[in-house]
Design a protein around this ligand. Structure first.
Ligand code: GDP
Ligand code: MG
Length: 170
């Protein structure tokens, strides 16, 4: 009865598809590859005795060419922006590229979540830097690992809760 559309963006290789596989199926697969074209998965979560269904869209490699179309963002209630904690470049690209995509194509009142993925590896991006950046853009922030499952549920749950609260305030 409560359905939200989420989209996942961020540089190629940061672990977007792996985060989605972890969140939707609680699996991790080193050689997981999506097929060509946009793919989405559903996950239903109970929040305060209500069933909240998330439809989560994943890019299938077109982010490598930065050719994600506006249709991908259309109707999105939440956007999950992902960088890789071992890649300074993937973090810088959030501000250099992905934020402006969101500003151009997403609804004005969209809720944003920033995920620093691969927290099981040695960090190149400091937690504090990312936290301050997220705060400045009014985004929730989590460091996660699709591999070990660290904080993956919490991150998506926080976004889902925010969307539910917002809906109930209307
Ligand atoms: P995408 O291009 O953003 O969808 O990234 P993928 O999900 O395809 O992941 C890219 C690579 O990073 C794959 O080899 C994954 O196995 C690996 N990977 C993804 N998430 C993690 C993680 O949390 N920790 C580690 N160590 N590797 C990860
Ligand atoms: Mg992918």
């Amino acid at each position: 009865d409560h359905l939200f559309k989420l989209v996942i963006i961020g540089n190629s290789g940061v672990g977007k598809s792996s985060l989605l596989l972890r969140f939707s199926d609680d699996q991790f697969n080193e050689s997981y590859l999506t097929t060509i074209g946009v793919d989405f998965r559903f996950r239903t979560l109970p929040i305060d005795q209500k069933q909240v269904k998330l439809q989560i869209w994943d890019t299938a490699g077109q982010e490598r060419f930065r050719t994600i179309t506006s249709a991908y963002y259309k109707g999105a209630d939440g956007i999950v922006m992902v960088y890789d904690v071992t890649s300074e470049n993937s973090f810088q690209d959030i501000d250099k590229f992905w934020i402006s995509e969101v500003e151009s194509y997403a609804e004005k009142n969209v809720e944003l979540l920033l995920i620093g993925n691969k927290s099981d590896l040695d960090k190149q991006v400091s937690t504090q830097t990312a936290q301050e950046y997220a705060k400045s853009k009014n985004m929730e922030f989590f460091e996660c690992s699709a591999k070990t499952a660290d904080s993956v549920q919490q991150a998506f749950l926080t976004l889902a809760r925010k969307l539910m609260n917002k809906k109930e305030q209307l």
